[in-house]
Write a protein that binds this ligand. Sequence first.
Ligand code: UT7
Length: 370
Amino acid sequence: MSPRRYAQIVGWGKALPARSMHNREFESLVDTSDEWIRTRTGIVERRVAGEGETTTSLAIAAARQAIAVADIDPRRIDLILVATCTADRLLPGAAPIVQQALGATSSGAVDMNAACAGFMYALVTANGLIASGTHRRILVVGADTLTRWMDWKDRRVSILFGDGAGAVLLEASDLPTGLFASVLRADGSGADLLHVPAGGTACLPTNDTLARGAHYIQMDGPAVFRFAVQIIVDSTREVLDAAHLTVEDVDLFVPHQANRRIIDAAVRTLELPSDRVFINLDRYGNTSAASIPIALTEAIEGGRLHPGDNILMSGFGAGLTWGTALFQWGVPQRVPATMPWQTVVHQGLTERAARALSVARRALAIADRA
Ligand code: UT7
């Protein structure tokens, strides 16, 4: 029997535009207030892409960090999946631009558009490809610049979104950790609840569509709100059941960062302690497909993940689409084959485990080179 392949996250990174926009700036644009935005959404500020900053420039910056953390040669990446609904151009997709910039010359590259749920779709897909044995290293990027499609005068939408990118590098491993259970779902009957009416092939951009603002995001906020709370709760229960775990087993919940009240309502129903929920939407707003990998990166960098921890991730968005997954964290960070075990101990493993890991990594490195 061939060994089961598990997908480990061995690299991570994030990139955000330089310009930060505080809630107060909206007070001069529309009839709103810092107080309203904070209390109804939890958002305080967001990053907005400026001139020269695009979905792919952010994606490339996040991906470079993930590759540096993983300490691998980009030519060894087999596939790049970019989750985005705001590629720089209609054609080509964002992924080949990212592939070229990274010098990932042996890699395939394709976009996945599931709007804000895109990262979850790409992560689950990448996990399946690694588990099947067809791919060894897959870069998964979530990147969006939704502010480019926003009517700044529409207070129901403009206060919510921000721009950014996050990336993880998955690598095949025999260590039995990684993605244990997942749910990917869609309900196209809700397509009009969150959409951009014009600019696609069904409604080409014209002077008229521009004049009507039909190229801007339209959203039924309260309907999306209700849908989001429901699917987080239902899909979390389904995933936990499939993994034979309970809410008590979840060490960290990294939800799509759309609205603090959505997250709070879902977490209350699930009876998940609030100190096990990762929130950064106060600083970035809703960054669409980038929100989960950015949050995950900050959770890792903040020391919130430990070997063996169960991480629950849940994303939802236009489509309607959603995806929830339970990921068991493997090693704390990539340990170069040459790193002595004494150093590894400082990264949180017991001495015995660290010695064994060092030996195993050396053996793998030798086998890899052979
Ligand atoms: O990735 C998925 C993306 N989308 C989402 O996650 C969106 C989910 N929905 C939401 O986050 C919330 O529905 C919003 C934040 C968009 C809106 O909050 P809400 O508590 O659902 O407000 P509402 O739409 O029910 O509106 C309540 C009132 C309305 O005024 P009236 O009709 O009661 O007089 C709105 O016109 O609040 C008004 N309003 C605002 N007032 C001040 C709506 N937006 C604003 C605003 N500032 N920015």
